[in-house]
Write a protein that binds this ligand. Structure first.
Ligand SMILES: CC(=O)[C@@H](O)[C@H](O)COP(=O)(O)O
Ligand SMILES: NCC(=O)COP(=O)(O)O
Length: 239
C-alpha cells in the first residue's frame, strides 16, 4: 500500500505571512496524523520562507509518523539540520538558490560521486535516503549506484500532461518504476499530485511506497476541511 505523507510547507507559509503562530504548524502536523496521514514532509529552504529550521526540531519532538525532510544537501546547514534530527527519511533535492519550487531531479550520472558521498553520510546516521529524480531510466540506474534506498519520482510533468493524455504522460514513470523495481530501489513520488491525478498514478506505478503531497492538498482543505481532504487523498491510494 502507498503511504501518504502530507507536506506542510504551505501551513508555514500562511503562518509566516503574519509573523505569529497562527496556524500552529506542530498542531496541524499532529492533526494531519490524527486524520490519517502516514507521514509528515517538510522542505526547509535556506531563506526559511516557509519551514524554519526550528520547526524541524519542534516537529521531530512531537510527531509519531514518518518524518521526511526534503532539501538541498549542498547547503551545509541542511545537512547539519537533518543529522541533528535524524528523520525517518531525507529526500535529496537539487534546488537552485531562490527557486520558487523544485523544478528538476538530480543528474545522477553527472553527480554520482557526490551523491554516493552524501548518501553514505545520511545512511551512516541511520536515516533512509531518497533521491529526487526525473522519470528517466538512466537516472534511476545511476541513482542506485549511489547506494540510495529510494528514489522520489518528480511528478510535475505527469500532472501537467494529465488532462491532455494521461496514458502518454504516465509512460516514462512506468518505465522508471520498472527499472527501480528491477534493481531494488524503493519508489516515492511527488510534486503537483492532486485529487484528480493521484488515483491513476498510484494504480499505474508498481511498487509505489509513498507520495508526498502539499500544495493541492492544503488548497483542497480550504474548501473540504483538513480531515475530509486527507481521507479523500487516502481513498485515492487504495486499490
Ligand atoms: C521536492 C518537491 O517536489 C517539492 O514539491 C517541494 O517539497 C515543495 O516545495 P515548496 O513547497 O517550497 O514548493
Ligand atoms: N515531494 C513533493 C512534496 O512534498 C509536495 O509537493 P507539492 O504537492 O507541494 O507539489
Amino acid at each position: 500500500m502507498t503511504k501518504l505523507s502530507v507536506n506542510i510547507n504551505k501551513i508555514a507559509t500562511l503562518r509566516n505571512s503574519r509573523g505569529g503562530n497562527n496556524p500552529d504548524l506542530v498542531k496541524v502536523a499532529l492533526d494531519c496524523e490524527r486524520f490519517g496521514s502516514e507521514g509528515i514532509t517538510v522542505h526547509p529552504r535556506p531563506d526559511e520562507r516557509h519551514i524554519r529550521y526550528q520547526d524541524v526540531f519542534d516537529l521531530k519532538a512531537t510527531i509519531a509518523t514518518e518524518f521526511n525532510i526534503e532539501g538541498n544537501c549542498r547547503e551545509q546547514k541542511f545537512v547539519d539540520l537533518v543529522l541533528a534530527n535524524k528523520p525517518a527519511q531525507v529526500t535529496l533535492v537539487p534546488d537552485a538558490e531562490g527557486q520558487i519550487t523544485s523544478n528538476h531531479g538530480w543528474d545522477t550520472i553527472k553527480h554520482k560521486d557526490y551523491l554516493q558521498e552524501m548518501v553514505s553520510v545520511f545512511k551512516s546516521a541511520g536515516i533512509r535516503v531518497s533521491i529526487f529524480v526525473d522519470p528517466v531510466v538512466e537516472m534511476v540506474e545511476a541513482a542506485a549506484e549511489s547506494g540510495t534506498d529510494r528514489i522520489e519520482l518528480y511528478t510535475e510533468a505527469y500532472a501537467h500532461n494529465y488532462y491532455d493524455n494521461r496514458e502518454k504522460a504516465i509512460l516514462p514513470y512506468i518505465a522508471a518504476a520498472h527499472k527501480a523495481n528491477e534493481i531494488g530501489l524503493g519508489i516515492n513520488a511527488g510534486h503537483d499530485l492532486d485529487l484528480h491525478n493521484l488515483k491513476y498514478f498510484a494504480e499505474s506505478i508498481p511498487g509505489l511506497l509513498e507520495v508526498s503531497i502539499g500544495h493541492a492538498l492544503i488548497s483542497d482543505a480550504l474548501y473540504l476541511g483538513l480531515e475530509n481532504t486527507i481521507q479523500l487523498y487516502l481513498k485515492q491510494l487504495k486499490h
